[in-house]
Write a protein that binds this ligand. Sequence first.
Ligand SMILES: *Cc1c(COP(=O)(O)O)cnc(C)c1O
Length: 388
Amino acid sequence: MAYKRRADGDDSGMISYSQQMIDEADIEAVVKVLRSSHLTQGKEVEAFEREIASYVGIKHAITFNSATSALHGAYHSAGISQNDEIITTPITFVATSNMMIELDAKPIFCDVKLDGNIDERFIERLITSKTKAIVPVDFGGKSVEIDTILEIAKKHNLLVIDDACHAFGGEYKSKKVGSFADMSIFSFHAIKPFTTGEGGCVVTNSDEYAAKLRLFRSHGIVKKQFYNSDMLQMGHNYRLSDFAAALGRSQLKKVDDFIAHREKIALYYDERFHNHKLFAPVKIEAPIKSSRHLYPLVLSPSLHCQKEDIFKALHVKGIGVQVHYKPLYKNSFYEKLYGRQSLHVSEDFYKSELSLPCHQGMSLKDAQYIADTFLELLEHYSHRGCSF
Ligand SMILES: *Cc1c(COP(=O)(O)O)cnc(C)c1O
């Protein structure tokens, strides 16, 4: 496919919807560990965990080799098991609810709002005697209405486990996302707010969960004296390596700069797209500060039928838009397990959502090219209309 020349002169490929930024300091940090005696189970992981906890403002951070394994660990440590019901959102990555099913629990999908976050007004009516937890997702990096969700959980004696994979560095009422729920999960996958290549973590204020998570991460084994160790519970090898942790530590120093850069791009888009008749960007308003992992927008119904064409045309122009997400219950695996489901706003959101590139690896000139091209294309497609 031929891509149009990018604003920065680099025409080697697409401007992705999200992308890592690795500098020489990151490379040096990793190489230093590669030259050391401990590639894994050394001191980097512990240091990384202390730094994450301090950044988020929470007692414990327990790293994992992915957010998927971190979710598995969090659900397991919360005691989620067979026949439990967990209220969650269908507008997320499959791992959020897959790891519930892994423990034989059942995800109960709650509809979302037009910002892609769980609609807290619908949670209470889904609670049954089997409900154990609420698992919201801070879509695109925008915090959910966590105060309301915590209140509902408290009233019904439920846990809140926040899938904050998009939202590292985001804030709600001036406190960091991840500091509110019983446990919160971050992802350090390459294209998440900052990266260790693959990686993730659980943050919690609970000593009990932290201890369980550490056991679960490493075979359920505790060291005793000399060569004696004891396996206390079933566990996995879900550990992060020390060179990955070193990359994370180096990246973490820059995460506020990354967020500020994404914020600048997002505000530029907001200005260009203000009051547009054909689409609306997801609004971020006080007391929420988004990590800006995504720049999601929703197309007006008159463009729904042309979304595939718009998507294709943008890709041809080198703009790597993506759609987040197909509602989870529409996947074959879920349909087979639970039958067909349909939630009104989630369906609508899937028809209308597009995520424009917004990341630390692109320039404002890129953003300008994207905004110009996007507006031009929409204008073109708006004249074709949907024939139902
Ligand atoms: C990326 C992501 C995950 C999984 O993260 P990995 O680190 O790739 O395992 C889970 N939930 C959400 C919402 C995500 O975006």
